[in-house]
Design a protein around this ligand. Structure first.
Ligand code: 5GP
Ligand code: SF4
Ligand code: MG
Length: 480
C-alpha cells in the first residue's frame, strides 16, 4: 500500500469548514449569524456572511470567531431575503489571511455570485495552473476559487448549468453553496464525503453542514443532500409575503451521479468533527461516539478507579466506555472554553512555571487513582502525551489511554488537516512505542473492523482512508 508522499501540499488540505445558507426569509442574515454560532466548532479562523438584496450581493467577513467578526449593526445592515455564511477552519502554519475568508464574492458575466464550501478539491492545483495559463487572475489561495473561474469559461449563461458543467471537471470532497441573484445552489460531491443537509423554516429553506444549525434557528430537518446532487432553491416572486417565500427545491445530478455510487461520508465526522447534537444520515453523533466507547470497553479487561474524557469531543465515547466497563465516570480535567483567537499564549518562562490556562486537572479527583483516559483520536500524539503528563503530575497512580478510533496512519486529502504522514505518530511507530512515548501505563485503539461494523451498520459506506489507506476518490498527480 505504501505511504503517500505529501510534500508541498499542506496549503491545499486545510479546508475544513461550516456552511449555512438561507433562501427566502426576511431575516436571512440574522439566521445566518445564529447558524454560524452553531457551526463555530467547524472553523474558528474566519467567518463571513453574504446577502442578496435586490439582485445585488453584499458581504461582510473577518478573521476570528463569529462573535469577533459581526456587530449588531453589521447584521442589521446585511438586509436581504437570501444569504450564505461560512466559518473557516484554522490550523497551525496556515498562510491564508482575510483574502481566503469565505464567502468569496465575484462578478462574472453570468452575474454576481458568492461561493462558500467545506472540503478539499484535490485537483484544484492542476485546474488552477491551467486556468492561470489561460489568463485567469485569482484573488485568493482557496481551492474553491477555481469553481467561479470554470463557470466563467463554461459558456453557459444559466448559473446552475454552468456550475454542473464546472463540477464535472472538479474532483475531491466538497459541500458547496453558491448565492446567485435568484437564490442558492447547493452541491455535494458524488462521494458525499462532507455533510450537507436541507431544512425548512416557515416558507424559507435552509442548507447547512450539520443539523445542530437547523435546531439553532428552529428549522425543521427535511433530508440530507444526496452525493452528487445539485439543488437549486429560488426566491419566490414576492419575498415580502408570509408564505411561500422560496420556491420548492429543484434537483439535478453531477455527471449523472445519481444511483451510480454509494456514499463515502467521512467517518471522522462521527469520531471528532461534528457536534454531538447533530444527526448524520439519521444517526445521532453522540450515540455513535458512545457506541464506539462501549466497544472499546467490551474488548478491555482493565481494573481502574475512574474513566474520564477530554472535553469536549471525547466525552460521549468516555461515557460509553464507563457504562460498559462499570467503572465510575469522572471529570478529570477542566477545559477553559473561552480561549479565542485573540488569546495571548504564555511566554516560555511562564510556561515553565506551569501556567495552565487552557486545561487544568482536578487534582482531588485523580490523585492516587488508576485513571482510564478516553480520547476520540490520536493524530500526532501531542494531546495524549501532554495530558498523561498532566494527570501524572496531579498524582494519578496509573493512566491508561483508550482511543475510540483506530490508529491514524494515512493523511487525509479530503479536507481534514493532517499535513503529512511524517507527523502521524501511528504511521511509523508500533503501539508499544507510542505507549512509551506518551508515557501511558497502557494504550489501546479501536479496531478498524469494529469502527466499520458499528458505524457502517448504521450509516452505510464511509470513508475510512486515514485508518485504512483506501482512498475512495482516487489520488493523482501531486497527491501520489
Ligand atoms: P494529536 O494531539 O494526537 O495530534 O491529535 C488528537 C487530538 O486532537 C484529539 O484530542 C482530538 O480530539 C483532537 N483532534 C482531532 N482532529 C483534530 C483536528 O482536526 N483539529 C483539532 N484542533 N483537533 C483535532
Ligand atoms: Fe475523513 Fe479520514 Fe476520509 Fe479524511 S481520510 S475524509 S478524515 S475518513
Ligand atoms: Mg480532543
Amino acid at each position: 500500500m505504501g505511504f503517500v508522499k505529501t510534500r508541498d501540499i499542506s496549503r491545499e488540505i486545510r479546508e475544513r469548514c461550516g456552511v449555512f445558507a438561507v433562501v427566502g426569509h426576511p431575516k436571512a442574515s440574522e439566521l445566518c449569524y445564529y447558524g454560524l454560532y452553531a457551526l463555530q466548532h467547524r472553523g474558528q479562523e474566519s467567518a463571513g456572511i453574504a446577502v442578496l438584496n435586490g439582485g445585488r450581493i453584499q458581504t461582510k467577513k473577518g478573521m476570528g470567531l463569529v462573535a469577533d467578526v459581526f456587530t449588531k449593526d453589521d447584521i442589521v445592515r446585511l438586509r436581504g431575503g437570501s444569504a450564505l455564511a461560512h466559518v473557516r477552519y484554522s490550523n497551525v502554519g496556515d498562510e491564508g489571511g482575510i483574502e481566503d475568508a469565505q464567502p468569496i464574492s465575484v462578478k462574472m458575466w453570468q452575474g454576481q455570485m458568492a461561493f462558500a464550501h467545506n472540503g478539499n478539491l484535490i485537483n484544484a492545483p492542476r485546474l488552477r495552473a491551467r486556468l492561470e495559463q489561460d489568463g485567469s487572475i485569482f484573488q485568493t489561495t482557496s481551492d474553491c476559487e477555481v469553481i467561479p473561474h470554470l463557470m466563467a469559461k463554461s459558456g453557459l449563461n444559466d448559473p446552475v448549468k454552468a456550475l454542473i458543467k464546472s463540477l464535472s471537471d472538479v474532483r475531491g470532497a466538497y459541500s458547496l453553496c453558491v448565492l446567485t441573484s435568484k437564490g442558492v445552489i447547493a452541491a455535494k460531491d458524488p462521494h458525499g464525503v462532507r455533510p450537507l443537509c436541507l431544512g425548512k423554516l416557515d416558507g424559507a429553506y435552509i442548507i447547512c453542514s450539520e443539523t445542530c444549525a437547523l435546531d439553532a434557528v428552529g428549522a425543521e430537518f427535511i433530508r440530507e443532500i444526496d452525493p452528487g446532487e445539485v439543488v437549486f432553491i429560488e426566491e419566490a416572486e414576492h419575498p415580502g409575503s408570509d408564505v411561500g417565500r422560496a420556491k420548492p427545491p429543484v434537483s439535478c445530478y453531477i455527471d449523472g451521479a445519481r444511483g451510480k455510487r454509494g456514499m463515502d461520508l467521512c467517518v471522522f465526522e462521527f469520531i471528532y468533527f461534528a457536534r454531538p447534537d447533530s444527526d448524520l444520515y439519521g444517526i445521532n453523533v453522540h450515540a455513535a461516539r458512545k457506541a464506539l466507547g462501549r466497544r472499546l470497553a467490551q474488548k478491555d479487561s482493565l481494573s481502574a478507579d475512574l474513566v474520564m474524557g477530554i472535553p469536549d469531543s471525547s466525552l460521549s465515547a468516555a461515557t460509553g466506555y464507563a457504562e460498559e466497563a462499570g467503572i465510575p465516570y469522572e471529570m478529570g480535567i477542566v477545559k477553559n472554553r473561552y480561549i479565542g483567537r485573540t488569546f495571548i499564549a504564555p511566554t516560555q518562562p511562564l510556561r515553565e512555571l506551569g501556567v495552565k490556562i487552557k486545561i487544568n486537572p482536578l487534582r482531588k479527583v485523580v490523585s492516587g487513582k488508576r485513571v482510564v483516559m478516553v480520547d476520540d483520536s490520536m493524530v500526532r500524539g501531542t494531546t495524549s502525551k501532554y495530558l498523561v503528563g498532566l494527570l501524572k503530575a496531579a498524582g494519578a497512580k496509573e493512566v491508561h489511554v483508550r482511543i475510540s478510533s483506530p490508529p491514524y496512519r494515512f493523511p487525509c486529502f479530503y479536507g481534514i488537516d493532517t499535513s503529512s504522514s511524517g507527523e502521524l505518530i501511528a504511521a511509523e511507530k508500533t503501539q508499544e512505542q507510542i505507549r512509551e512515548l506518551i508515557g501511558a501505563d497502557s494504550l489501546a485503539f479501536l479496531d478498524v473492523e469494529d469502527l466499520e461494523e458499528i458505524l457502517g451498520r448504521r450509516a452505510g459506506n464511509l470513508c475510512t482512508a486515514c485508518f485504512t489507506g483506501k482512498y475512495p476518490i482516487p489520488l493523482e498527480g501531486e497527491y501520489r
